[in-house]
Design a protein around this ligand. Structure first.
Ligand code: NIG
Ligand code: FE
Length: 395
């Protein structure tokens, strides 16, 4: 048992701190949390390890709920093309984009993949992240998709939530999108289940990628097998992905830039989390999602980096939050919620993580800095210590 004392605990709204609080941790979980004067223990209990946090501020650690952290190579040369006028869809149509990363990812062996992926995960941990979601989707064949998810399972440090994104693009070997999805159901899905590599499925519903109707059929098959759904939806056009996410009761609809007012209203009354990815919008030079309208309608909004070599080659959480504040009208308090409890909701782990409450994991950061020092300076996370399950993580 551990006992953290002499700390200032952030309030639920991330607007201030309550001083002289303590957190009692047992087996990595919060057993008790509250004012020092109400400690439910004998002060001289010697079985308890007491840790003085020296009046530092304590907040829940961050949850990074949408990444493509496992990939080979880079797409730096493609960025120059895009920045000088060639569109993402044109590059993809020429066989570049996602498919060029697929070629390199298929060729990379598991050892090398594990090595570079661990370095990327460490970079998230350095920023105070205790849970990282990782999608497959750069294999587009059973062997490589499984290789990616197997590597994800071997990563050390934070909790890793894996998502199967076989439906990221159509590989060259298949003539039609439908045939490719049927092949996944027949040949890849059984391996995912048997090896317990993931219980979440994602699809890129977009013009020139997967259409809503075939996507629906595909997602329902996974749902029947107990998978949670998330969708890359309405990023470049009103593709119908956002509406499909609501219809199928997905955990989240991600990107959601191109939304009608009617769909925004529907998110307001649904449990589907909208995961907004402004770093990708910056790199894509496209519109930012209507965060203000979504929040005002009552929708749950999360934020993430969308780290990937194409549309978002950055792991910078502070940049993401900064863009949300500068470009999407989100308040600092909304950004903190978006990166903690709402991100946990997007991953369906809100009963275990995302806030500091009894029964949840003792995942937190402690710092001398104030809330306003976060999501302020791109590339700079205020100095802090990270605890996962009550244990300090040193990178
Ligand atoms: O979230 N939109 C689809 N997938 C990624 C991009 C992947 C890539 O370009 O490599 C995204 O933006
Ligand atoms: Fe993505």
């Amino acid at each position: 048992m551990q006992f953290f004392y002499n700390l200032q605990l952030v309030n639920k709204d991330f607007t201030g701190f309550i001083s002289r609080q303590v957190i009692l941790v047992q087996n990595g979980l919060i057993k008790w949390i509250g004012p020092e004067k109400d400690i439910p223990l004998a002060k001289n209990n010697s079985k308890i390890k007491k840790i003085n946090l020296k009046n530092q501020k304590v907040l829940p650690s961050f949850i990074e709920c949408h990444t493509h952290s496992i990939f080979a190579g880079s797409r730096a040369e493609e960025f120059e093309l895009r920045n000088t006028g060639t569109s993402y869809l044109e590059i993809a149509a020429r066989g570049g984009g996602i498919l060029s990363t697929v070629t390199k990812t298929r060729a990379m062996n598991e050892t090398e993949m594990l090595k570079i992926s661990q370095m990327r995960i460490n970079e998230f941990v350095r920023q105070g992240v205790s849970t990282v979601e990782i999608k497959s989707g750069y294999g587009l064949d059973t062997k490589t998709e499984i290789k990616m998810l197997t590597v994800a399972r071997k990563l050390k440090g934070p909790r890793i939530v894996t998502t199967f994104l076989g439906a990221h693009a159509k590989p060259h070997e298949f003539e039609s999108f439908e045939r490719y999805l049927e092949d996944i159901i027949k040949n890849t899905l059984p391996h995912l289940k048997k090896k317990k590599l993931s219980n979440r499925v994602d699809i890129f519903i977009e013009k020139n990628f997967f259409e809503k109707d075939i996507g629906k059929k595909y997602l329902k098959k996974f749902q029947e097998q107990g998978f949670d759904i998330t969708i890359h939806a309405n990023q470049l056009s009103q593709s119908g992905g956002a509406e499909l996410a609501i219809e199928l009761k997905a955990k989240s609809a991600d990107h959601v830039i191109q939304l009608s007012d009617d769909t925004i209203k529907k998110f307001g009354t649904s449990k589907v989390v909208t995961v907004l990815l402004p770093a990708a919008d910056l790199y894509m030079k496209c519109d930012y999602p209507p965060a203000r309208k979504l929040i005002d309608a009552g929708a749950t909004v999360a934020l993430a980096t969308d780290f990937n070599p194409g549309t978002s080659p950055t792991q910078d959480l502070m940049l993401v939050g900064l863009l949300a504040r500068l470009k999407m009208g989100m308040t600092l308090s909304e950004v903190f919620k978006a990166y903690t409890i709402n991100a946990a909701c997007a991953l369906g782990i809100e009963c275990e993580e995302g806030s500091l409450e009894v029964g949840k994991k003792a995942n937190f950061i402690c710092t001398e800095f104030d809330l306003t020092d976060f999501f302020y300076s791109a590339g700079h996370v205020p100095k802090h210590r990270l605890f996962i399950g009550g244990k300090e993580i040193k990178i």
